[in-house]
Design a protein around this ligand. Structure first.
Ligand SMILES: NC(=O)c1ccc[n+]([C@@H]2O[C@H](COP(=O)([O-])OP(=O)(O)OC[C@H]3O[C@@H](n4cnc5c(N)ncnc54)[C@H](OP(=O)(O)O)[C@@H]3O)[C@@H](O)[C@H]2O)c1
Length: 306
């Protein structure tokens, strides 16, 4: 038997349970991975609460989680490039990563580079590929200035580094506790709250060329007020504002590919991409993990160890 996170109906954190389930088997083209670390992401909390019940409904009992890293435990028919025991990271689209054993298409896993920690590998796919999609959407050129809201969160902390690597000046909107961390990458930190637009203008007197919003709640309007054209604003959260103003919404779906995941993993292993691990919880403490995540002040990633 395997153990996996389950919830039986939409609701609060108390709906999350860890239960025994049949160990999955590898269908054709699939691998089964014995999970060492699984990621957590805010979108999963929204699914559990029923906020996406129309757009992306859950079927009950529902599993949870997309990102994972672990060792191949079984290889399905037709899979040539992996063997039992290989260390990999990857993702599932079945809301099934938070478990001891997950089945996934072999095309959604990639070898874990030596030197990449399990914690980083297990939480990389959603945040990493979303940062790739969102930063690519605003089409930056070296020498430009880009503002990022939620700059030290799971997605934001990767987005600011990708932008810095592209030769961009980055204004990182975040609370004071992460300003030193942001500065260590050459990001100019700006605190959110009253007077934010004046602080941004003071930090970037020549103007802001593009805006990557990972937080929502008014940042699209702020970007428009800063005079940024709609095709150079991307929000991964505020779809209402996007529909109203015509700004971009590229995120995970736009940035995801196994190649992009492999590239992020290689960069992190080489020390060119830093992913802060805010907390590691045992799988049984999944409720505590989401209690912390849902405060919306995570610096980097919160991950689970089955
Ligand atoms: N569309 C997509 O494809 C996609 C993919 C992934 C995620 N998302 C969504 O994107 C959002 C961010 O995801 P995530 O994984 O990066 O979340 P996260 O790791 O929980 O980070 C949230 C960040 O928001 C910051 N924050 C809190 N209050 C803020 C405020 N008033 N102004 C600016 N920043 C503030 C926090 O920083 P401080 O500690 O500094 O407050 C924290 O670092 C979530 O809503 C998620 O559901 C969308």
């Amino acid at each position: 038997m395997a153990r996996a996170v389950r919830f039986e109906r939409y609701g609060g954190i108390e709906e999350l349970r860890v239960v025994e389930v049949p160990t999955p088997t590898a269908g054709p083209g699939q691998v089964v991975v014995e999970v060492v670390v699984a990621g957590t992401n805010p979108g999963e909390a929204k699914v559990r609460e029923g906020m996406f019940a129309e757009r992306w409904p859950a079927t009950f009992p529902s599993g949870q989680g997309s990102d994972f890293a672990g060792r191949i435990a079984e290889v399905g028919a037709g899979v040539e490039n992996f063997q039992v025991g290989d260390e990999v990271l990857g993702w599932t689209d079945e809301r099934a990563a938070q478990t001891t054993h997950v089945a996934a298409p072999a095309g959604q896993v990639t070898p874990k580079p030596a030197g990449l920690s399990w914690e980083i590998a297990g939480g990389l796919w959603v945040a990493g590929t979303t940062a790739v999609g969102a930063t690519r959407a605003v089409g930056v050129k070296a020498g430009e200035t880009v503002a990022v809201s939620g700059a030290a969160g799971g997605v934001g902390s990767i987005a600011v580094q990708l932008l810095r690597r592209a030769g961009v000046r980055v204004i990182g909107i975040a609370s004071a506790g992460t300003h030193d961390w942001l500065r260590s990458f050459g990001v100019i930190p700006v605190a959110y709250g009253d007077g934010l637009i004046d602080r941004i203008r003071a930090a970037a007197p020549d103007g802001i060329d593009a805006f990557v919003d990972t937080y929502g709640f008014g940042y699209v309007e702020l970007a428009l007020e800063l005079g940024i054209p709609v095709d150079r604003i991307d929000t991964i959260r505020d779809w209402d504002a996007a529909a109203k103003y015509g700004v971009q919404v590229d995120g995970n779906a736009a940035g995801s590919s196994v190649e992009a995941l492999a590239e992020l993993a290689a960069s992190a292993a080489a020390g060119e991409l830093e992913i802060p691990i805010a907390a590691v919880y045992p799988l049984d403490k999944v409720q505590e993990a989401y209690r912390e995540l849902e405060q919306q002040h995570t610096h980097g990633k919160i991950v689970l160890r089955p």
